[in-house]
Design a protein around this ligand. Structure first.
Ligand code: CO
Length: 141
């Protein structure tokens, strides 16, 4: 069911400092900060050869990562995102298999404007998993 690793998201307390470390110390291709007020985060994409790292910091009130950073003040890995071709059928299969989908269970438009949903970390070894619907013909070669 799951396809490529789309990204790994890391919550960081200082976005500019984290971006600088990836650019200057790790020598990665680091994009400009991108504010996503509807998602309560500002993100910096780090483009790797085979996937992306998304550095995220809280934006505005009620950021979904505020609590995470309160318990992990130095930052930490927040979620991994796998691509699926059909998110509705993936959700059905997962629920039938006993996995829990966060929220109302319905896909929402994610940070890339594509349908996403999140799976309960307690059902996946303590890891928050995001599924993103990526049509095969939209995937980069
Ligand atoms: Co994500």
């Amino acid at each position: 069911m799951i396809g490529r690793l789309n990204h790994i998201a890391i919550a960081v307390p200082d976005l500019a400092a984290a971006a600088a470390r990836y650019r200057d110390l790790l020598g990665a291709e680091v994009h400009h900060p991108h504010a996503l007020p509807e998602h309560g985060v500002t993100v910096v994409f780090v483009q790797l050869e085979n996937t992306k790292i998304e550095l995220m910091s809280p934006l505005g009130e009620n950021s979904p990562i505020a609590k995470f950073l309160a318990s992990n003040p130095g930052g930490g890995m927040h979620h991994v995102c796998f691509e699926v071709a059909d998110i509705t059928s993936a959700a059905e299969t997962l629920v039938a298999g006993g996995a829990r989908i966060l929220g109302d269970g319905k896909p929402k438009l994610g940070a890339h404007g594509l349908p996403v949903l999140f799976l309960h970390p307690k059902d996946f070894d303590g890891t928050l998993i995001e599924l993103e619907e990526v049509k095969p013909d939209l995937q980069p070669a």
